[in-house]
Design a protein around this ligand. Structure first.
Ligand code: PEP
Ligand code: MN
Length: 352
């Protein structure tokens, strides 16, 4: 159910409707928009009795949402969600493209700093790197854990980059929530519903990666899990799905970008690194992702990919990342979008 408020409804009227919904034993999700506020109702087992709500001051109409996802739907919130960060001009989902770059995993302080210095200079606003790595083999590098998070926090202070890193379970989610600016939920956990709910109670925005074989509806339902717990700052991420094609590691499904944008107000970015698994395909598919309308890119870059402990084959050399950014800026301009000059001009930190 969705309560649509009148355009001129006051804040008090919105609050009164939310209180009424909560007093009926449901949860109210107020979604302010440019035209009007809508209030999503969750927690109901069956139909909510619309009558009492319909009669309240400031209410325009009460409508049933027929889609299985409600809060992530454009029916609930017609305007795009733009995610903002405290003390920063960086946004995700607005006119500016979000550029996330960094190694697959944080391997050492030197490795992380060497890569961060390069990507900050070229225009990334976010630094990525796993401290907890979900690896196919238990014998592969598993990440540095909290030490990796501390290195990333130092990188934020040094370069003014915002930090994105993956949480793989409850324990790491609490730590990532403390240290990072964005909590990444990986493809393998896209349907880990208890983890999604926990992320929904976290303070930080969530980057939700598409599951390895997830449909669009399953992807949006995973985001709905997070939102239903009260965290409305979600960025979706297309990272390729498993198909019969074997010329790439995964098949990057760029058609999901306009499909998501039609159904949902949430921003969506593209990961051409995991989406292809091959360095030589990352640049062309990054260009395509921006052209198709993605809100940004998440790209693996390593200062020395040949020695990387994970995903070296798909990691760009810093020079390649520089060239990619140059191209992406031009494609963005055609679409009326832009990439802020560089992270440090935003955050006030300096890069020497
Ligand atoms: C990653 O970003 O390094 C990662 C493991 O991604 P995914 O969950 O998409 O495989
Ligand atoms: Mn990786």
């Amino acid at each position: 159910m969705l309560v649509v408020m009148q355009a001129q409804a006051t804040e008090d009227q919105v609050r009164a409707v939310c209180q009424k919904i909560e007093s009926l034993g449901y949860r109210a999700h107020s979604m302010p928009g440019a035209q009007r506020t809508a209030i999503g109702i969750t927690g109901n087992k069956g139909e909510v009795e619309a009558g009492t709500l319909e009669e309240m001051p400031g209410v325009q109409e009460v409508i049933r949402v027929s889609k299985p996802y409600k809060l992530v739907s454009r029916d609930t919130k017609p305007d795009n969600t733009v995610i903002k960060f405290p003390n920063s001009l960086v946004t995700i989902g607005g006119k500016d493209l979000a550029i996330v770059a960094g190694p697959c995993g944080i391997e050492s302080r030197d490795q992380a700093f060497a890569t961060a210095e390069r990507v900050a200079r070229t225009g990334a606003q976010f630094f990525r790197g796993g401290a907890y790595k979900p690896r196919t083999s238990p014998y592969s590098f598993q990440g540095l854990g909290e030490e990796g998070l501390k290195i990333m926090a130092e990188i934020r202070d040094r370069f003014g980059l915002l930090i994105i890193t993956e949480a793989v379970d409850y324990e790491s989610l609490d730590l990532v929530d403390q240290y990072a600016d964005v909590i990444q939920i990986g493809a393998r956990n896209m349907q880990n519903f208890s983890l999604l709910k926990r992320a929904g109670r976290a303070r930080k925005p969530v980057l939700l990666k598409r599951g390895i074989a997830a449909t669009l509806e399953e992807f949006l339902m995973a985001a709905e899990y997070i939102m239903s717990e009260g965290n409305y700052n979600i960025v979706l991420c297309e990272r390729g799905v498993r198909t019969f094609a074997d010329h790439t590691r995964n098949t990057l499904d760029l058609s999901i970008v306009p499909a998501v944008q039609r159904l949902s107000h949430l921003p969506i970015i593209v990961d051409p690194s995991h989406g292809t698994g091959k360095r030589n395909k990352v640049t062309p598919l990054s260009r395509a992702a921006i052209a198709v309308g993605a809100d940004g890119l998440i790209v693996e870059v390593h200062h020395d990919p040949d020695r990387a402990l994970s995903d070296g084959m798909q990691s760009l050399y810093p020079d390649q990342f520089d060239a990619l950014m140059e191209q992406v800026r031009q494609i963005a301009a055609v679409l009326g979008r832009s990439i802020p000059a560089s992270a440090h001009t935003h955050a006030g930190a300096t890069v020497s």
